[in-house]
Design a protein around this ligand. Structure first.
Ligand code: GLY
Length: 351
């Protein structure tokens, strides 16, 4: 078992351990009010696989459990579903000493976290991520949100969980495309911070050492979050590939997954960087090689105008400027403030 301390504004641990779901109750006992009521929020893919296991573990340790399960998919991360969750919590008399458990991938974690952040002005919550993407990224750092029709994650709050339980064993039931989705975020950490991690992914492809890589990514995410919890500086680096990626996701009405969109976004921004001599061409070719190894996409059918228009709604835009995360080398990226009127030509260079 590996226990990673996250000393953010609220201090908590990320526990990485095979089969930790069986002992969820024991771990939650350490951080929640004894015998409190827990609302497990999950989706239609994950609940049938792991719902009973987690519920039984919680009930065995004295918690009362209710569960809310919604249809899997990004389109469920909307205001209607959010209000339904709040009503569910109220109808089940969840009080301030009770808690939410988010059991699922990024969509579940985001909407359950936002519900925890806002219901009764904030109650305790625990993330139990069941996808690679959620394990290495969205379950850590307290970003919670729902989408608006115009764009992703436009309503949300920074609200740190009380505990994160990662069970790498659950990745064995993950559909291959969802696993590959998470690999895009793992490659992102290599591009941002860690050339050795990038090389490990290049050399091993999807046979990489899962536990080691998950732990390394969590540490990198922890360090970034603790340096800039509220996303005013360094944390924006985690958005490598995301400005264009979010545009692709939105334009496709979420038919293109987050990981695929981020993969294409990273390829486009790196191609533009190489064209502008901001990085060596070898950085681009290495990135394209590793993305190809994971069968992740690197091109898009959307036009520069479509991507540009959609990027204007990006929540990272501040007035007439938008911070682009630009690779300078494998393992090192810079935040480059880019006037909105120069963004389109940057995108053109990357297509
Ligand atoms: N997923 C990006 C962040 O947590 O900042």
């Amino acid at each position: 078992m590996t226990r990673i301390n996250v000393p953010a504004s609220k201090q908590y641990y990320v526990i990485v351990c095979n089969n930790v779901l069986n002992d969820a109750g024991l771990h939650l006992q350490q951080v929640l009010t004894p015998s409190c009521k827990i609302a497990i929020i999950s989706d239609s893919h994950v609940w049938p696989l792991y719902g009973d296991k987690v519920q039984n573990s919680l009930e065995l340790t004295g918690f009362q459990v209710v569960n809310y399960v919604f249809p899997a998919g990004e389109t469920s991360k909307n205001a209607t579903n959010y209000l339904e969750i709040l009503n569910f919590l109220a109808q089940n008399q969840i009080t301030r000493s009770d808690a939410i458990v988010a059991l699922g991938g990024g969509v579940v974690g985001d909407i359950a976290g936002f519900s925890a952040a806002t219901y009764l002005r904030g109650i305790a919550y625990v993330q139990i991520p069941t996808t690679l993407l959620a394990m290495v990224d969205s379950s850590i750092g307290g970003k919670t949100a729902i989408d608006l029709p115009v764009g992703k994650n436009l309503v949300g709050a920074f609200y740190q969980p009380d505990l994160v339980l990662c069970d790498p064993e659950v990745l064995t039931t993950l559909p291959h495309d969802i696993f590959t989705d998470g690999c895009a975020e793992v490659i992102k950490y290599g591009m941002l911070y860690d050339a050795a991690l990038f090389d490990h992914l290049m050399n091993n492809g999807s046979a990489f050492d899962r536990e080691k890589v998950i732990i390394r990514c969590i540490e990198l995410k922890r360090d970034t979050v603790c340096a800039d919890e509220f996303d005013t500086g360094l944390r924006q680096k985690l958005n490598l590939g995301h400005t264009i990626g979010h545009s692709i996701e939105t334009l496709s009405n979420y038919m293109i997954s987050h990981g695929q969109a981020v993969s294409t976004g990273m390829a486009i921004v790196t191609k533009a960087a190489a064209a502008r001599n901001l990085c060596e061409r070898a950085v681009l070719s290495d990135l394209l090689t590793v993305l190809d190894k994971f069968k992740l996409p690197t091109v898009t059918e959307y036009s520069d105008q479509q991507l540009f228009t959609c990027a204007l709604s990006d929540k990272k835009r501040a007035g007439s400027s938008l911070n682009l995360i630009v690779p300078r080398a494998i393992g090192y990226c810079e935040i480059i403030p880019t006037p909105v009127d120069m963004l389109k030509s940057f995108i053109q260079d990357g297509l």
